[in-house]
Design a protein around this ligand. Structure first.
Ligand SMILES: *Cc1c(COP(=O)(O)O)cnc(C)c1O
Length: 393
């Protein structure tokens, strides 16, 4: 082991509702007690989060804050994506401290790789050869790609309507793909039934606690890249698109780890951006609860979700740390996609452009010298048909 203090860190699961502690184990996904309160067509109850006892130094290695030892991570370069300066956008918007965190540069083209990476490492450590996932597309292609590097067998449940590129990508990586005649939510249920009868590790988002934990690395990187360690500061704003609310949850989890470790002093304002046609988290943030029969409809397939699996968790954190929610139309998403591509050279998929659309909508209520990070979550080549729509005038 490296002399990095890793040995002194102790990781465990903690229920996000009752705060009970559990040993981290592949047999445990949600809190046995709180999950009994699960209602149909509502977000997951009893979501577990990874907690730890121990400390790290200021120049910690990100792996020190993850519950699987570094040696188990598969040989594929996930994360360490650039935080860069979009000069033309800065000029156009008047925000001199605007940054882009480009997670479309992950190996399979989306931020989902951060979750797949930790789940794959856990499967290797626990010697579980099969991983099963339901997905609108990116979690599938991500788990397939990272799983290929890890030598795992990946089984995917995906709606037949998912963009072709994402399905082909998963097949190229060698995954078994089961097309579901129905929505993502149907695929989610079928995949859970499958793991219950056939075994294997579920990588279903939010259900497997390591998906939230894996996505926290994006927050830790932003902290390190902004030089926050020296300045003792964090961005004022982070704009992020939200579907199931796992990226939101992961961002907050990573930043909260930094708060608890005493490495940062305040929480940035996280702004969850949703499509108007898939706004379950924004609705619950405003009105207190989730709608039972909700049918999402948006051009941004990666954030098109009827039941946001991590909804309770995401909304709780948004309230706790004074986050915001903003809704954007499909037209605004496609316009932001074009704006991002044509001013910065970054071609992002619609779901990944929603974050910029949200910033453009909110910017008049934000002081111009605030530090703003726009999180870009997926590559534009993943859904050419959607991008084509944005070119029609
Ligand atoms: C999955 C995904 C999101 C949304 O993440 P959630 O955790 O579901 O909220 C946003 N953008 C892209 C490109 C994605 O693949």
């Amino acid at each position: 082991m490296e002399a990095d203090g890793k040995n002194s860190m102790k990781f465990f699961y903690e229920c996000s509702e009752c705060r009970k502690h559990f040993k981290i184990s592949p047999d445990l996904m949600v809190c046995p007690e709180c999950s009994l309160k699960q209602q149909e067509n509502k977000p997951l109850r009893g979501v577990l989060e990874v907690s730890f006892d121990g400390e790290v130094s200021k120049d910690f290695d990100i792996f020190d804050l993850l519950p699987v030892e570094k040696e188990y991570f598969p040989p594929i370069p996930v994360g360490n994506t650039p935080l860069w300066t979009p000069h033309n956008l800065r000029k156009k918007t008047g925000f001199d401290k605007l940054y882009i965190k480009d997670d479309s540069l992950n190996p399979t083209g989306s931020l989902k790789d951060r979750a797949s990476y930790l789940v794959a490492a856990f499967a290797l450590r626990e010697k579980i050869p099969d991983v099963v996932v339901a997905s609108t597309g990116n979690a599938a292609s991500s788990m397939a790609g990272v799983g290929a590097a890890a030598g795992l067998n990946i089984k995917i449940f995906i709606p037949a309507t998912a963009p072709q590129a994402k399905r082909i990508q998963a097949l190229q990586y060698g995954a078994k793909v089961i097309e579901v005649d129905g929505t993502y939510d149907k695929a989610y249920e079928l995949s859970l039934e499958y793991t219950k009868t056939h075994g294997g590790l579920s990588r279903n988002t939010a259900y497997n606690p390591l998906t939230i934990e894996g996505k926290k690395t994006v927050a830790l990187e932003i902290y390190k890249q902004l030089g926050a360690a020296q300045l003792g500061a964090v961005p004022d704003w982070i704009f992020v698109s939200a579907g199931d609310g796992v990226i939101i949850g992961g961002l907050y989890k990573g930043l909260q780890d930094l708060l608890h470790l005493g490495l940062i002093k305040r929480m940035p304002v996280i702004c969850a951006v949703q499509a108007e046609g898939s706004n379950a988290i924004c609705h619950a943030f405003r009105n207190g609860d989730f709608i039972e029969s909700y049918s999402s409809n948006t051009v941004a397939d990666s954030i098109s979700v009827d039941v946001p699996r991590n909804g309770y968790y995401a909304v709780k954190y948004l309230h706790k740390y004074d986050g915001r929610c903003v809704e954007v139309t499909d037209r605004e998403i496609l316009a932001a996609q074009k704006e991002l591509a044509s001013t910065t050279g970054l071609f992002a998929e619609p779901a990944a452009s929603a974050s910029l659309a949200g910033f453009l909508k909110e910017k008049n209520s934000i002081p111009h010298n605030d530090t703003v990070v726009i999180l870009v979550t997926g590559n534009g080549l993943k859904d050419i048909d959607a991008a084509k729509k944005g070119l029609r005038k």
